[in-house]
Write a protein that binds this ligand. Structure first.
Ligand code: NAD
Ligand code: UD1
Length: 336
């Protein structure tokens, strides 16, 4: 089966391409490389020992997308391509609405035109807003406080409505919790531009000495130690979740949380990182970050029940693999 992977050169996309190739799927990547690097595609091939097809295109460009669907018999689409920086989305809302919404609409229209029946969408736990934990798929969604989150909620609605109007169409809306870690090879992983916004890449850069110390955003939340609690999930588990979703897709819209079901506080994560890698991570407590919530973790039982998928890797593995990538691959990239 041929799977079109938009955003396949990015962080989650590369790991999912490996998982798809290893599961026997043929992969066609469409990526404009706006937040990724062409070398990532060679790394995918090196790890999986298989070939893939690559188009450097913007998936908001209907003609380019059409060409891919004309050139290949596509059996399914996994739509990762998107802009994802929350703060930037507040500053540039139109860029976010355009990129993230138009891409979804163009891809779904192509699926309709070319009778492609399977669509998997990268959504986010951010659509739950500040709900009571654990988050369950059937909860009413709350506002997300930023344009990035709204693009996810809107894309979910666009896909749900299209399913209702398109007999035979099947969509999986995958709500990711906090993806971290990297492939065990150290060849692919998360390489954010500039100073990282997210916790794990910040921690790895402190460990490396690139940043002086971690700023912990608040220790007065109603959580185990006052710091924010999140459901960190190893990116390889997340990648396997996509294969499970594709394998089990049936007609209709199906929403799945992809998380571990376990919450970890900021300080617990720092401790796990130090234990996993034997490196101290200096930190200081600072003010809360605007827009943050106290706790966010999944009820992951639906994906287990319906897809037979659960996250297998623990927080120590996440910290170890994130650090291996930071040490190896990024050093290489930074010096060439
Ligand atoms: P990423 O930035 O590493 O990957 C996204 C890829 O899409 C990049 O390679 C980028 O070049 C490409 N891209 C962006 N706009 C494009 C366009 N118009 N046409 C073609 N290619 C385009 O991000 P990621 O972390 O791998 O995230 C993948 C998806 O998962 C995104 O939709 C993101 O919103 C969603 N998501 C990510 C997280 C996370 O924490 N990483 C959490 C929840 C949801
Ligand atoms: C962020 C996004 C969210 C997105 C999610 C997964 C924001 C406001 N939200 O959420 O929309 O779905 O990533 O990609 O950016 N922390 C620190 N110091 C740091 C960085 C983070 O203490 O330098 C804390 C945060 O306060 C939070 C936890 O670490 O409690 C995790 O933060 P982060 O990695 O940014 O993820 P989210 O806040 O879950």
């Amino acid at each position: 089966m041929n799977i079109l992977v938009t955003g396949g050169a990015g962080y989650i996309g590369t790991h999912t391409c490996v998982a798809l190739l290893e599961a026997g799927y043929s992969v066609i990547v469409a990526d404009n490389l706006s937040n990724s690097n062409i070398q990532a595609l060679d790394k995918i091939k090196e790890i999986a020992q298989k070939e893939l097809i690559f188009y450097q295109v913007d998936v908001t460009d209907e003609k380019s997308v059409d060409k891919i669907f004309t050139n290949h018999e596509i059996d399914g689409v996994i739509h990762f391509a998107g802009l994802k920086a929350v703060g930037e989305s507040v500053e540039k809302p139109l860029a976010y609405y355009h990129n993230n919404i138009v891409s979804t609409m163009i891809l779904v229209r192509a699926c309709q035109n070319y009778k492609v029946k399977r669509f998997v969408f990268s959504s986010s736990a951010t659509v739950y807003g500040d709900n009571n934990v654990p988050f369950k798929e059937n909860m009413s969604l709350l506002p997300t406080t930023n344009p990035y989150g709204e693009t996810k909620a809107m894309s979910e609605r666009i896909l749900t409505d299209t399913v209702k109007a398109t007999p035979g169409f099947s969509v999986a809306l995958l709500r990711y919790f906090n993806p971290v870690g990297a492939h065990e090879s150290g060849l692919i992983g998360e390489a954010p531009n500039g100073i990282p916004n997210n916790l794990m890449p910040y921690v790895t850069q402190v460990a490396k000495g690139k940043l002086e110390k971690l700023k912990v955003f608040g220790n007065d939340y109603r959580t185990i130690d006052g710091t924010g609690v999140r459901d960190y999930i190893h990116v390889l588990d997340l990648a396997e979740g996509h294969v499970a979703a594709l394998n089990n897709l049936i007609e209709g819209t199906h929403i799945y949380n992809l998380g571990t079901g376990r919450g970890t506080s900021v300080l617990e994560l720092v401790k796990a990182f130090e234990e996993a890698n034997g490196i101290e991570v200096p930190y200081e407590i600072v003010e809360r970050r605007t827009g943050d919530i106290a706790s966010c973790y999944a009820d992951a039982s639906k994906a287990k029940r319906e897809l037979g998928w659960t996250a297998k890797r623990d927080i120590i593995a996440m910290c170890r693999d994130a650090w291996r990538f930071e040490k190896n691959y990024k050093e290489f990239v930074e010096t060439v």
